[in-house]
Write a protein that binds this ligand. Sequence first.
Ligand code: GDP
Ligand code: MG
Length: 602
Amino acid sequence: TFPGAIRNFCIIAHIDHGKSTLADRMLQLTGVVDPRQMRAQYLDRMDIERERGITIKSQAVRMPWTIREGERAGEQAVLNMIDTPGHVDFTYEVSRSLAACEGAVLLVDAAQGIEAQTLANLYLAMENNLTVIPVLNKIDLPAAQPEKYAEELAHLIGCEPDDCLRVSGKTGMGVDALLDVIVRQLPAPVGDVDAPTRAMIFDSVYDTYRGVVTYVRVIDGRIEPRDKIKMMSTGAVHELLELGVSSPEPVKSAKGISVGEVGYLITGVKDVRQSRVGDTVTINARPAKEALGGYKDPKPMVYSGLYPIDGSDYPELRDALDKLKLNDAALTYEPETSAALGFGFRVGFLGLLHLEIIQERLEREFGLDLIATAPNVVYRVVMEDGKEATVTNPSEYPVGKIAEVHEPTVRATVLTPNDYVGAIMELCQGRRGVLLGMDYLSADRVELRYTMPLGEIIFDFFDQLKSRTKGYASLDYEVGGEQQADLVKVDILLHGDAVDAFSAIVHKDKAYAYGTSMAAKLQKLIPRQQFEVPIQAAIGSRVIARETVRAIRKDVLAKCYGGDISRKRKLLEKQKEGKKRMKMVGRVEVPQEAFIAALSTS
Ligand code: GDP
Ligand code: MG
């Protein structure tokens, strides 16, 4: 296709403002999806995406469109639409999708107005020099206030309220006019057709039947079906098995794809890590000298221990993680053993949603029953002798003289109606947040910017924010630098032995609260033993909290008054069964259920 006829755009919005639904209407209006096959959120293909109603993986679709009205009526164009994920954990994918486009449709729910991710996505679009088309969606809703929010949106991006289009992704109202505007206002791609090929990978998906499908946008040159391609970050060379475009079903391309075009490549690799988002593809016979900028290795930010509740499921858990990893370059894990929980894995995630999604997929798609330890961030510990340790598991916190502990921070943006500013400030201060600035976006909508430890955000911050603002505040954050902090490791000891799964790294002001609540919880959950069991919380050798489980003297048989043999046997059987799921911590026998209960209520 002639580059002048191509328009590459993405739809960006806060979660639930209607991206996927608008994409559906575009698929229908341009005729690329047969009306009989149409279903809601057509592009959300994973079960979990469909059930949660969220988009996790980006999608690209090629659609024809002919301008219907005005002086350029009849002009034909090829639109490449890239539907992006909206959540903070996947910001890197959003930013790669944006880099593949010349323009962005900025969608705002006309009943909600601007939210935190509206801003975050708009800033990303501006950083990528995209032309932004402001659109108010859901104007069919009785609660829609298009006038009010057009003003807000216009103020934000510096245009006139009348420049904001009004559509309904649900009824389709205004969507054809939006497609016209996309062709008229967005610039066509520019690139050097004769230069050595450079194409950016903006998505990479593992498919059981086809292997890894890699989505690229050609920046310079072209890719043809018989080319051998080369990944510029690793130098790996692959044979092309298939080259094509999604419309939205795959269509093979015999002629190849050229400057500005978006397509997919299949090479037979079996693992998305060999074809990573952000990498540059070139042609082996005539390679480009320099890769396109912006490539980033996905880096796990949050770690948690995942253990099968039934220890014999361990091999299945390993296989399941291996399978998920084929499609998730950001997922990392290594085996780990815990005295309390047995054999499991320490798993690294991009963020909390990523963690939740992986855990849910393991349980649902692979039928595993899992217990997860409380999530923690990555700490850098500097010892007095200058040695350094990276800690991804609190129970591996170094012993000895510690000079400094560093923790990751984030720059958080909270958008809220006026009324909740006080409540939010209180919450953020309680989480060691430092206010960077505060702006009024309109008379009643405030933007608060904070630097905050990531470790404080992953611990129910979002739930607290929602409950303190009746759901009205929205949150977005990006990774900041690291900072030094007064952090300590709190151990929980049973009869003098530390229970690894409960060790936590917390700020020293919160150590006492963590210690007392954990000790109290376990005191209720741990059954009495033949001897008294102290439960202590300690920082190093200093005990900061204590509870006691008192001893029992009688064994179960004492209840039987010597008589009935079969009843005795039954009791013994029962006791044996219970023992199977007992874990020993030092001399103390603890049912695994107690650990699970203590972890799941924390
Ligand atoms: P996304 O998270 O931005 O992809 O949002 P979705 O497309 O999944 O939409 C979120 C919810 O809003 C769904 O329940 C949609 O049915 C609903 N929705 C989307 N667009 C409209 C619209 O134009 N009007 C109304 N009334 N509801 C809409
Ligand atoms: Mg969606």
